[in-house]
Structures are given as C-alpha cells and as structure tokens.
Design a protein around this ligand. Structure first.
Ligand code: GLV
Ligand code: MN
Ligand code: MN
Ligand code: MN
Length: 394
C-alpha cells in the first residue's frame, strides 16, 4: 500500500491544532504543557489505529512499536515557546504515515523536550544514555522548575523505557530550518552530519541602585557588563570562526528589570555551535575569560552554570546513500547532501544505532518562528523519499 499524501497533510494540520498560537500556522507546545500532553495522547491513539503498540516512557518519549525488529522513524512533537507547525511534527506525522502504509515493520517515535526547555534535546538524550535520568531530573528551566518535577505531568501515562536494541536504525525527516534548499530551489537535503553545540547559563552580579543618583563611574551595572561581553566576544571570535560557526544570547533576564533601577543582576543563555569540537572548546575558553575580565574590570562577579553540550556527529553512510537514491528517484537533480546547523534527536540516537536524516525546504529559511512553512509539494516529496528509502532498506 502506498502512502496517502492527503491523510498525511490532514494529520499534520490536525497536530497543529494542539497549542495553535492563533498567529498563522504557529504553535505554542513546549514540553509538558497541556497542549503537548494532549497532542501526545492524540498521537498515541493514531499509533494504535495504525496497529502499533503505543508506549510512553518515564520522561514522555512516545513510541508506537511494531512487532519484532523494526526500523524507527520519527522526531519530536514539542515546540519552541514560539514555534512553527512543522519543526518536529513533520518527522512524526511522516513516520506515522509510512508505518501505516509500509509492508515492512516500522516503529514511530515522538521524543520529548527536543526543543530544550530543560537543556538540549532532553528526551532523546536520556533515552540514548547520553544523560542519566538522575542528572536530567536536576536540570531547571528558565523559571526554576526542575525536570524531575515537570515530568510528573505524564507519570500517570508512563511505562518503562523502550529497549533500543529492537530497532535496526533511525531515520528522522525534518524541515531544513535554514535557507539552503529554498534558495537553490531544491526539494530534498540528505544530511551528512549535525553540528555540535554548547549551552551555558551565565550570571553577572552587580549592584542594584538608584538610576537617578548613582554616578556613571560608580555603577556596577550588570546589564552594561552583558552588553560589553556580547560585543567583546564578537571581536575575539573573529579569527577563530568559520561561516558555519554560530553563537546566540537568546534568553536574558535582568533583575529587577525596571527603568529607574541600575540592573543588579543579569542572567543569560550563551549558546554556540560548530562542526568541530576543538573549536567549540576554544570558544568556551574565550567566553569564560572574557566574562571574567569584564566582570573584574567593572567591579562585578560572574557565575557560570553547568555547561550542556552535544558533540558533532556524522550520519550513517548506508542509510544516507539509501536516502540519496530515493531522493534522485523522487526529485531528480533537485536534492543535495548537506550538513545540519540545527540540532536534532538524531544526534543522540546516532550514539546507539545507525541514523540518517532528510530535509525538505523551509520557505525563506524561517524556523523557530510562527511563520515557519514549507510548500505542500515539498512536504509530500519528503514523505515519498522516506517511504521509498524504508522499502529499499527493509
Ligand atoms: C533545536 O531545535 C535547535 O535549536 O536546533
Ligand atoms: Mn526540530
Ligand atoms: Mn526546533
Ligand atoms: Mn531542533
């Protein structure tokens, strides 16, 4: 039986109703939110309808298991705090559609907290043994809620962890989330490797004071330290980085965050990504040294939180070649091999089994935003490549 493109598109649109932002097709479905848990309950029913045995593990990773040894397909169904409708969802619904139409044993997964409310690809990292449950339970989100507390929201649905040895490999279909395929007017990316990432919370502690009476030279302003740090690392990174190196200060919290108060404390996320672990380590040295120097020169102190990270990882050759052969069949001349600058559950799963990924274009290269989108024809092309590769791999 062939995949049914209309059913696949209808299910993708159904999934975006869970946590629909009311802005375009955007979704707000962070890990363990009501919308996330309801979406997982709906997915669980869909898995059962497809003849799979649905099982949620203690952290909320949801599996639809075929009998015996199978290939695992999927991605994640949680979203960023302001997320698009396809990031993660495409890989999960594509997996479901292939599972229900393939004559091969296909299992489906939606990993939990890929978007890192508690760190970096938390659910798949735990499942693949990259992070222990005990360690993960102590991670906190930006509001101070601990992972161990948050995951209690699914404790009534949870069973045991699923044994990874029952899977022969993992394929994750995803939107590119960048501009390469869209700019080249190509339909499919076959991923060669995924970047490494480091993520660390940094705090500048200064002196909260009156914004009218405190002379500039006496201030110990935590916001000004953060601003100086941001500018200075850009200068110091200059001779080290490549066009694929990126860094982001994406979350900032100022205390007490009022216009007539000199900022006493600035807490912010510092994240950096590159394909080379040595460069990631060099960047870490620069970050730590720069923050310490800026703090010392301005009379502040600096604290570094626990650094989370994942190493760069190469995709499995045999699976990638199967995807490439299928891409050429489905979209002749309109595909390429390419690296991934976004992080994926595939990074963790690649530690324990052969893994590969395929991309479809993101219109305008936009993702992690409500207006993330992909042409229907490209979504369907991705589905066909996935279907064809699964039947070829067996
Ligand atoms: C995860 O979505 C990432 O930030 O790449
Ligand atoms: Mn994703
Ligand atoms: Mn994402
Ligand atoms: Mn991601």
């Amino acid at each position: 039986m062939a995949v049914n493109a209309e059913r696949f598109l209808a299910d993708l649109h159904k999934l975006r109703q869970f946590g629909a932002a009311g802005v375009g097709k955007g979704v707000v479905r962070p890990a363990y939110s009501k919308a996330d848990i309801e979406a997982r309950a709906w997915l669980s029913d869909k898995m059962a309808e497809a003849g799979l045995t649905s099982r949620m593990d203690p952290v909320g990773n949801l599996f639809g298991l075929a009998e015996g040894r199978s290939i695992l397909l999927g991605s994640h169904s949680d979203s960023q705090p302001e997320g698009g409708w396809l990031d993660g969802a495409l890989g999960v619904i594509g997996a479901l559609e292939v599972a229900r139409s393939s004559d091969r044993p296909v299992s489906v997964v939606s990993f939990q907290d890929e978007e890192g409310r508690f760190g970096v690809t938390t659910g798949s990292a735990i499942w693949a043994g990259q992070v222990s449950l005990e360690e993960a339970d102590r991670l906190t989100d930006h509001t101070g809620v601990a992972f161990g507390e948050a995951r209690q929201a699914v404790s009534h649905l949870a069973g045991d962890f699923v044994d990874p040895t029952s899977f022969s490999g993992f394929i994750e279909m995803h939107i590119e989330q960048g501009p390469t395929l869209d700019t080249a007017e190509e339909q499919i990316g076959v991923v060669t490797d995924i970047v490494g990432i480091r993520d660390m919370r940094i705090t500048f502690n200064g002196r909260q004071n009156h914004a009218g009476t405190t002379p500039m030279h006496l201030r110990r302003d935590a916001f000004q330290a953060l601003a100086a740090f941001s500018a200075e690392i850009e200068t110091r990174f200059r001779n080290l980085v490549t066009p694929r190196t990126v860094w982001t200060i994406g979350h900032v919290s100022l205390h007490p965050n009022a216009s007539s108060i000199v900022t006493g404390r600035a807490v912010f996320s510092m994240q950096w990504r590159d394909g080379d672990s040595d460069r990631l380590a060099r960047m870490e040295e620069i970050i730590r040294l720069t923050a310490q120097e800026i703090a010392a020169s301005r009379g502040l102190t600096v604290e570094f939180g626990k650094m989370l990270g994942l190493e760069p990882v190469a995709m499995d050759r045999r699976l990638a070649n199967a995807l490439a052969t299928s891409a050429e069949k489905v979209s002749p001349g309109r595909w390429r091999r390419m690296p991934s600058g976004a992080l994926h559950d595939a990074t963790n799963v690649a530690r324990i089994m052969p893994v590969s990924m395929l991309f479809v274009p993101s219109i305008g290269g936009i993702s992690h935003a409500f207006d993330e989108d992909t042409d229907e024809a490209d979504l369907v092309a991705g589905l066909h490549v996935l279907e064809d590769a699964v039947s070829a791999i067996g």
